[in-house]
Structures are given as structure tokens and as C-alpha cells.
Design a protein around this ligand. Structure first.
Ligand SMILES: [Zn+2]
Length: 258
């Protein structure tokens, strides 16, 4: 059975690699999605700033147009002065000129105000655009790296599954099925754990499951060392295999047997 257990150990190495790589592969699409969302968010923010500016620009253009008409009107009216026949008409004309001038001045003030806002917003847009462009570039690079990594992982995992297939063909079916059952329910991709010999001062020696750090009952540890059949850890359910320090176990056996 020890031979079969050694094969399971090799299989576990492959399965652990597959488990870790698949875990990594699982995180990458999520990661890319989050990055893409951040890009859209930043692009939207830029678009919002641009649209706010274009609204201001069109407000300004409307006022420019009105002001232009106002100035033309002022010119026309001022030109009518020669046609005035009396003081009343003259006063009326002056009042009209004043009114138009006041209107034009107010428009000019508004236009100056809007210009200032356009300038401030444009500065904000430029600064934001510069910052966001760098960030978006960074996100895009990361997305490309992630995509490349996903392709690599797919290939590596495929190859590991091929390796696995070859390994499993040499393992006794009943042993492999037991292993597979444990692996499928394992939360960490492990179906094999070493049982290591431990001896501390003033306490009897014992076997430790390296899968979950549980002290194994002496009779179970002895069975593991004998390796005549498959033993599992009562705590983590892993198949126990003799650890690297099991060579000096003949002594342990006799001690624990007492
Ligand atoms: Zn255990």
C-alpha cells in the first residue's frame, strides 16, 4: 500500500498546483471587470465635464448674439439723431440709448462671468483628463497582463490535467476513488496529509497530522506507519501518509505499543 500512497502523494502535488492555479484564474475575470468599470467611470466623469463646458459655451454664444444685435441697434438709433425735430423726441431718444447701453453692459458682464466659468472648468477638465488618462492607461495595461496571465494559466492547467491523467492510470482504482472523493469535498484542494513523528520532552511520542495539526491517536498513527491500508485523519479527513521522519518509527511503535 505504501507504493500506492506514494503515487497519491505525487498526484496530490499536481492537484495542489491545479487548485492554486484555478483559484488564481478565478479571480482574474472579476479583476478585469472591476478595472473596466473604473475606466468607464473615469471616462464618464470626463464626458460630464466636457458637456458642462459645452453648455456654458452655448450660453455664452447666445448672449454674444444678443449683444451683437444690441450694439447694432445702438448704432442705428444713434444715427437717427439728425432726424430729431424737438427736445421731447431728443429726450426720448436719449432714454432709449441709455436703456440699450444698460442692457448691453449687463450682457457684457454676464458674458465675462460665463467666460470665467468656462476657463475654470476647462482647467479642471485638463487636470482631470491628464490624471485620468494616466490611470486609465495603467488599468488597460493591467487588463492586458491579466488577459495574458489567464491564457498562460489555461495552458498550464491543461497540461497539469494531462499529467494527472497519466498518474491516475497507475493508481489502483479503489485507492484513486477514495482519494478523489476526499479531494472533491476538500475546501483547500488537499486529500493527502503527512503524519509526522513528534517527540517532546517528558511526554510520550505521538503522530501529528500535518493537514490540520491534530495529534493522532497512537493506534491510528501506528496503522499509518504500517501502511497496510488507507487511513484518514479523523479531523480533516485527509488520507494519512507516513511523514519524512517515520524512519525511526520502529522505536516509536514499540514505545507506543506499551
Ligand atoms: Zn488532519
Amino acid at each position: 500500500m505504501l507504493e500506492e500512497l506514494k503515487k497519491l502523494e505525487t498526484l496530490q502535488d499536481v492537484d495542489s498546483k491545479i487548485f492554486n492555479l484555478e483559484e488564481e484564474l478565478d479571480t482574474l475575470p472579476e479583476n478585469n471587470k472591476a478595472l473596466e468599470e473604473q475606466i468607464v467611470e473615469k471616462e464618464n466623469k470626463i464626458a460630464e465635464l466636457k458637456s458642462a463646458i459645452s453648455i456654458q459655451v452655448s450660453e455664452k454664444e447666445k448672449r454674444d448674439e444678443i449683444l451683437k444685435k444690441g450694439e447694432e441697434k445702438l448704432k442705428t438709433i444713434t444715427g437717427k439723431q439728425s432726424a430729431i425735430r424737438n427736445k421731447e423726441e431728443y429726450n426720448a431718444l436719449l432714454r432709449e440709448i441709455d436703456a440699450i447701453k444698460r442692457l448691453n453692459r449687463d450682457l457684457g458682464d454676464e458674458i465675462a462671468e460665463i467666460n470665467k466659468e468656462i476657463e475654470t472648468k476647462t482647467e479642471e477638465l485638463n487636470a482631470t483628463d491628464e490624471q485620468f488618462s494616466k490611470e486609465i492607461d495603467g488599468f488597460k495595461k493591467q487588463i492586458a497582463l491579466n488577459t495574458k496571465r489567464m491564457e498562460e494559466l489555461d495552458k498550464t492547467i491543461d497540461k497539469l490535467y494531462d499529467d494527472r491523467e497519466k498518474l491516475t492510470q497507475n493508481i489502483r482504482q479503489v485507492v484513486y476513488r477514495k482519494y478523489q472523493r476526499i479531494l472533491e469535498t476538500s475546501p483547500n484542494g488537499r486529500a493527502i496529509a503527512k503524519a509526522e513523528y513528534r517527540k517532546e520532552k517528558d511526554t510520550p511520542a505521538y503522530g501529528l497530522c500535518l493537514g490540520c495539526n491534530m495529534k493522532l491517536p497512537p493506534e491510528l498513527y501506528n496503522m499509518v506507519l504500517r501502511a497496510t491500508r488507507i487511513e484518514v485523519c479523523p479531523n480533516c479527513q485527509c488520507i494519512l501518509i507516513p511523514g519524512d521522519s517515520h524512519h525511526d518509527n520502529s522505536k516509536t511503535n514499540s514505545e507506543e505499543g506499551k
